[in-house]
Design a protein. Structure first.
Length: 357
């Protein structure tokens, strides 16, 4: 539907220095007035859903607009929302801050809700172009980002995720793909994690994290991943940049790696481990997979983990041999603690990019 902008209600447009985190930091309460299913597919991180229409109502109004025209659609919409206008106002008044609204394109839905809240005496602003403009900003960011990446690689069990989070805790610039994706990256990566975000939401969360980093540092650590992290995919421009970036390949002793895997999975449901071994049965070899599953059922997780490590080592070594990175720096940390490894990685970063501001 066409825009119905009210000149009394201010509008702002997503730009290079604007993000959901930026708007929230400026004191806005961010409200998404799209339908629940639209919000569930993806929204600005930190936004709350205050739908003008539910999914069925939105579909009905859209059909009416196409078949009977704008005026009939408006009347139908008013029939739907009229009885709950007071509830929308009451909900919005709970926020003791200015309100920032958006719909799909910054059109009738956000303008209508903004008019209602403005009429009720609230401080309201509409995002020009709506969620569609925000998504364009996300895509443009990945295309144009100049952040220097340090890829943290190593065989399965070297504790890359633990190290990455230790680096973040010590003030290093870090992009945590697995935390955003709620997945550890392998066939076992879903175990112990919450439901993954949609691919759209994954991109939004990743953009917000990276956009915040680039304002303070010229670099960021990021774990060496395949393009898919569970069901989420790293945006292609970022993935291409990762493949062209410096790779810091760390090695640790097998005893550490085995114990690290057991720490990650030994308290988890054995059925989940069985399901994960079944996922890679053909690649692992049916005989090896059957043996690993039998060991899991017997509670012999260390022996099962050794079978998994052997498989993933072969995969990683093959990928390392065929890695197209312009520079690979190998760092050995046998018998070293996580703290010692983290300190060494920070010293390496300082040599490349200097002291952090």
């Amino acid at each position: 539907m066409e825009d119905v902008a009210n000149p009394a209600i201010p509008r702002i447009t997503p730009s290079d220095d604007c993000s959901a985190a930026g708007w929230l930091a400026r004191g806005y309460a961010l409200l998404d007035v799209r339908s629940p299913s639209e919000y569930a597919r993806g929204h600005m991180p930190g936004a709350l859903n205050m739908p003008l229409f539910d999914d069925e109502e939105r579909a009905a109004v859209g059909t009416c607009y196409k078949q009977k025209g704008r005026q009939k659609a408006i009347l139908m919409g008013l029939d739907f929302i009229g009885p709950r206008m007071s509830k929308m106002v009451s909900y919005a008044k709970k926020f003791e801050s200015p309100l920032l609204l958006y719909c799909w394109r910054g059109g009738m839905r956000s303008a209508s809700v903004a008019w209602l809240l403005h009429f009720a005496g609230m401080d309201v602003t509409v995002i020009n172009g709506g969620y569609k403009a925000y998504r364009k900003r996300v895509h443009d960011y990945f295309e144009q980002c100049t952040l220097n990446l340090l890829i943290l690689g190593g065989r399965t069990g070297t504790g890359k995720t633990v190290l990455l989070r230790m680096l973040g805790d010590r003030g290093e610039s870090v992009i945590d793909l697995e935390q955003i994706a709620c997945h550890k990256g392998s066939a076992f990566g879903w175990i112990g994690e919450s439901k993954q975000p949609s691919s759209e939401m994954f991109e939004n969360l990743l953009f917000e994290q990276m956009n915040k980093l680039v304002q303070h540092h010229p670099y960021a650590w990021i774990e060496n991943e395949s393009r898919s992290v569970g069901s989420n995919f790293i945006p292609l421009p970022l993935w291409e940049r990762m493949k062209q970036s410096l790779l810091v390949n760390i090695s640790r002793d097998d005893a550490y790696r085995l114990q690290h895997l057991l720490r990650c999975y030994d308290q988890k449901d054995a059925d989940a481990l069985v399901i994960s071994f079944e996922k890679i049965a053909k690649r692992l070899g049916l005989q090896s997979a059957a043996k690993a599953i039998s060991l899991v059922k017997e509670g012999k997780l260390e022996l099962a983990a050794k079978i998994a490590l052997d498989y993933y080592d072969k995969c990683y070594d093959y990928n390392l041999e065929n890695n197209a990175s312009p520079e690979i720096v190998n760092m050995d940390f046998y018998k070293c603690s996580d703290d010692e490894v983290a300190r060494a990685l920070i010293e390496f970063r300082k040599l490349r990019y200097g002291q952090r501001d």
